[in-house]
Design a binder for this molecule. Structure first.
Ligand code: APR
Length: 231
């Protein structure tokens, strides 16, 4: 059966009410990336960064998965072959939508990380600067988010999935941030059929064989229906 590898970005969570990054009113219009999403920003003003992620973590309880999240969970449950969701998103909507195999390459809001011993634990709703690590007791707790300049998680495993993909779909991502923006080239090298789901062409849109333009809640749902009926 065909292996389907799916990359998602902020656009898949937009209809759930979570703002994207690069829209006019997006997160990067309200906050300076260098202040809240870099190690230097965290060193300069840890309070600002911890509060930025506390606000985004608090929002999780106010939003629900949308039809696109649920469609991907249905695909994983009903498609005979492998379905892997690689997400750049740090929200938990894929899991709450029913997906079992989700790889958070940029980390996740619900996880905390010890900057000293790399221990991870379930993040409290509100994190505080200098919180002690439950494992090594160092006052080195930080949001378990991959900041700009840091290495995304599970890269070897991600590239292994891409090398085996028969179908690669990118949903709701602007193709501005690497290494995720380079995944379509990897998938094409593996001979995968590539599809982009977006409101418009992304920065790497020309590398996809197929485009499904429109709201992910509609286009992804229709695509999954098609895949499951055509077998
Ligand atoms: N349906 C489909 N696509 C959508 C929808 C929707 N309802 N709403 C928005 N989009 C598309 C936009 O057209 C855009 O191309 O989603 C994309 C969102 O792009 P970004 O805001 O750049 O988000 P993303 O691509 O996930 O950013 C990647 O950059 O800032 C870092 O770490 C952060 O993970 C993030 C990474």
């Amino acid at each position: 059966m065909r292996k389907i590898v799916i990359l998602t970005g902020a656009g898949i969570s937009a209809e759930s009410g979570i703002e994207t990054f690069r829209a006019e009113d997006g997160l990067w219009a309200q906050h300076r990336v260098e202040d809240v999403a870099t190690p230097e920003g965290f060193a300069r003003d840890p309070e600002l960064v911890v509060n930025f992620y506390n606000a985004r973590r608090a929002q999780l309880s106010e939003v629900e998965p949308n039809a696109a999240h649920r469609a991907l969970a249905r695909l994983e449950a009903e498609h005979g072959g492998d379905v892997v969701v690689i997400t750049q998103n740090v929200d938990d909507l894929h899991e709450r939508g029913g997906s079992q195999t989700v790889m958070h390459m940029h980390g996740e809001l619900k996880s905390a990380l010890c900057a000293s011993c790399d221990h991870r634990w379930a993040a409290p709703l509100k994190m505080h600067v200098g919180e002690a690590c439950p494992s090594c007791a160092a006052p080195a707790a930080r949001p378990d988010i991959v900041w700009f300049g840091e290495m995304p998680y599970d890269m070897d495993a991600l590239f292994a999935h891409l090398s085996q993909a028969d179908i690669f779909a990118a949903i709701g991502t602007s193709g501005n941030v690497y290494p995720a923006a380079g995944f379509v080239a990897e998938a094409r090298r593996a001979g995968a059929h590539t599809l982009e789901f977006n409101l418009e062409r992304s920065a790497v849109g020309n590398q996809f064989e197929e485009h499904r333009t429109g709201l992910a809640s509609k286009t992804v749902t229709a695509w999954v229906e098609e895949l499951l009926t055509q077998g």
